[in-house]
Design a binder for this molecule. Sequence first.
Ligand code: HEC
Ligand code: HEC
Length: 415
Amino acid sequence: MLEQGNRYLSDLAYRRQALLQSLPNHANMYAKQRIGHYALGRRGWDMLPEWNPRSVGVGNAVVAQLGTADVPTQGRLPASTPQLWDGRTPRTMREWVALGRTVFFRYPLRSEVFAEWALRRPETAARVGIEKDASGKYPGIVLFADVDGRSRIGITCALCHTAVHDGRVVEGRARRAFDYGRLRLDYHQDTREPVDADLARRMATWGPGRADVTEDVAEDPVAIPDLWGLRHQTALTQAGTLNHLGPVTLAIRQETQLLHTNHQRVRPPRVLSLALAYYLYSLEPPPVARTHPETAAERRGQALFDSHCVRCHSNEAYGGDPIDHARVGTSPELATGTARGTGRYRPSSLLRVADAAPYLHHGAVATLEDLLSPERLAAGFTRSPVGPGPVPGHTFGTELPQADRDALVAYLRTL
Ligand code: HEC
Ligand code: HEC
């Protein structure tokens, strides 16, 4: 793994080749943008300056400084704040992971006025899932010196990919309480800053734990996924936008994500993107009392899983290779969209699936029972978190008798 990483750091032609191989559909916007700009040497994104920002986590002390007035945060980052990375290339996997963790919590994706606005209103922050841990810190929110030198409030990976549970930060868990659409709507309502009416209508429908992260016109908000089990997946993202060929795929994904969210003004040092990839691989699901079937129902559920589910949920994380979207039958927008579409959906990892509701790429199913219930497919269904009406697709298991479905759910709860 470290050898592949070293080639990513040192070999331009290798990076280009790895990029091309990682894109299953060269015609979507995600692919076109990267093919047009990435690893071209004297053109494109390679010419952007590297950015090693100065950034600190935000806790009560920073929030107190923000005050209640809408004063820009300009000039508040202490001048003594060191840069995030000391410039040394890690030597051991442990050092790589530690550096990657720093990037995950502290490298700003971009400045974020909505988050800054919410920090001044703790009740709003709590309501939209900008969570505080037991020490009063907001994981995923930083105060940083932006590319232009000004201090700003920004967001990091940890805002969407950690959750706070009993005051403790669970790294890699989707922030299912985070309601980005609601946050932005509240901001616009309060500040009277105009917002496009169509966008406002769409944001109101996202709900907690979902966001439309694609650039196309399709209405396709996706659920934030848990990040454990990634290294077992042969494809990344729910529509399988990337063939996953090892740490180099993930490092390129994170390098291009960070330069993209920072408005293509700067790029992260590659050591930091690679560190982030190794850190993501190191994430393990939270420990549970046991992860093997014991009761009769659980064992029966396992046998049913082996006969009905394993052909798709086939790898160690119970995910698998992407499947033609028509065979899955869930809403096609994301899979067929021009932004990241590939025509397929990837079987999700099922590690700790009991805690991963709502389910499916669009988060349209509230419980495992509903996922397996034929009621979900019928016109009168009212229990979807995204609104009344049937939730079609992924009919696997819905044809089984109730007792079998109960057994399957019992087994899924042990994963
Ligand atoms: C605003 C919320 C948000 C932020 C911030 C964010 N992500 Fe995500 N992330 C998502 C969503 C939503 C998806 C699902 C996208 C999809 O499947 O199309 C996702 C998907 C991913 C995946 C693919 C997971 C899989 O199952 O294949 C990885 C890896 C990932 N994010 C890592 C990161 C890293 C690293 C950062 C910081 C650089 C980050 N994300 C920042 C919301 C976010
Ligand atoms: C033909 C392939 C296929 C089969 C068979 C299959 N699945 Fe899936 N499964 C998928 C795909 C693809 C997804 C993601 C679909 C989406 O998000 O639209 C998925 C998603 C899921 C999810 C949602 C996980 C989450 O976190 O959102 C669960 C739970 C699940 N499957 C359980 C099962 C069970 C139980 C069975 C057997 C009864 C089964 N699957 C059979 C392909 C399959």
